[in-house]
Write a protein that binds this ligand. Structure first.
Ligand code: NAD
Length: 362
């Protein structure tokens, strides 16, 4: 039996509720596919502040580094909102990405066929469904470049700097190419090379790398056109690779095409197969403790963990099939439509577990 160690950070608000369901799903998948998981619970966010005084204790970083990957619920809440920035729960999120060297953010924008009507985009555009992967550079670019304020001709001015080195561009673009190889073999590199020098270096670099991936078709798009094409003809995209700031904006746009924040998973990857997996939503304090949160984004994050970090493709596919099947009958409140049975967090988790079968009998 294969065995993996997973650091598990439940976090705050609905975090513990949705992580509990995901661990249930992992246990069932483990049983069906002969995999065992050793879970290492650790603290981050508001609960860590309450217990240790800081949002990201050293012990949490150590546990994560000693694990095969990390599963995270969500952090934050009103209780900690008045603390200084570096002591707020969200500082834990930035801190852990830095501490674990997670430079690639993967956000699938996907519409499961039974949820087609939840998308704000017309069914005629979506067709049978949608499956785009946005690969965003996470630790460089304008969010980390030189910034400041000065005076120009007596007027106050401020500046931020977009800068990328070739190694930074290479490593994120390689993630994009490799992702495309595992999918429909199309990579679209998004930039603003008609204006920005950093984008021109990005384009030169991705073009040079393309010779290493002859099976992937590389295309380029300016970011303004991409923003438009995502709503006009999203089915043209397979994998999009782009910089930190463009990826921040485009991944939000792409993910909203799928209709509900409660359905959207994400992964942050560093060197090797290590990754941190979390839903894109926050800790939803407005519904915490009520047992109504949608656990599917976190359950789908676990499927990504199996797929991208543990290379357990069959187990990942079994979870995705189970989620699709469940959506034909059951809905949590956030995705509820007439004609479906409304269920809470635990019942949704149980229903996914009940539908997970080994590939042979699926
Ligand atoms: P949020 O994503 O927590 O909630 C936005 C809305 O979506 C709320 O109405 C919420 O009830 C709903 N929602 C979110 N997840 C849901 C789910 N799984 N099922 C059903 N409904 C769901 O965003 P927010 O309200 O802006 O932030 C709340 C807290 O979360 C803040 O403290 C914020 O800083 C934090 N936050 C954390 C993360 C993270 O941990 N990665 C990300 C974003 C926000």
């Amino acid at each position: 039996m294969k065995s993996y160690t997973l650091a598990v950070i439940e976090g705050d608000g609905i975090g513990p509720e949705i992580v509990r369901e995901s661990v249930k799903v992992l246990d069932i998948v483990g049983e069906r596919f002969g995999i065992s998981f050793d879970y290492k619970p650790c603290l981050m966010g508001g609960c860590a502040i309450d217990a240790t005084g800081v949002p990201l204790p050293r012990e949490t970083i150590d546990i994560c580094k000693a694990s095969d990957s990390v599963l995270l619920g969500a952090v934050g809440g009103e209780k900690w909102d008045t603390l200084p920035g570096h002591l707020r729960p969200e500082a834990g999120l930035l801190g852990i990405r830095g501490a674990l060297g997670l430079y690639a953010n993967l956000r699938p924008a996907r519409i499961f066929a039974p949820l087609k009507t939840a998308s704000p985009i017309k069914e005629s555009i979506i067709g049978d469904g949608l499956d785009i992967m946005v690969v965003r550079e996470l630790t460089g670019g304008i969010y980390f470049g030189e910034r400041g304020r000065k005076e120009i001709n007596g007027a106050a001015a401020a500046y931020d700097t977009e800068m990328y080195t070739v190694p930074e561009i290479e490593r994120i673009c390689r993630v994009g190419f490799e992702m495309a190889q595992k999918r429909r073999k199309k990579l679209c590199s998004v930039d603003k090379a008609n204006v920005l020098e950093s984008s021109r270096l990005w384009r030169e670099t991705v073009t040079r790398l393309a010779t290493d991936y002859p099976d992937v078709t590389l295309s380029y798009m300016y970011v303004d056109n991409c923003a438009m094409q995502l709503v006009r003809n999203p089915r043209q995209f397979d994998v999009i690779v782009t910089s930190n700031i463009f990826g921040d904006i485009l991944s939000d746009e792409a993910s909203m095409i799928s209709g509900s924040i409660g359905m959207l998973a994400s992964a942050s990857l560093g060197q090797g197969s290590f990754g941190l997996y979390e839903p894109i939503h926050g800790s939803a304090p407005d519904i915490a403790g009520q047992g109504v949160a949608n656990p599917l984004a976190t359950i789908l994050s676990v499927a990504m963990l199996l797929q991208y970090s543990l290379n357990e493709q069959e187990a990942a596919a079994a979870i995705e099939r189970a989620v699709n099947d469940v959506l034909c009958e059951l809905r949590t409140a956030d995705i509820f439509e007439e004609g479906y049975q409304k269920v809470g967090t635990a019942a949704m988790g149980d229903a996914v577990c009940a539908r997970i079968k080994p590939a042979k009998s699926a």
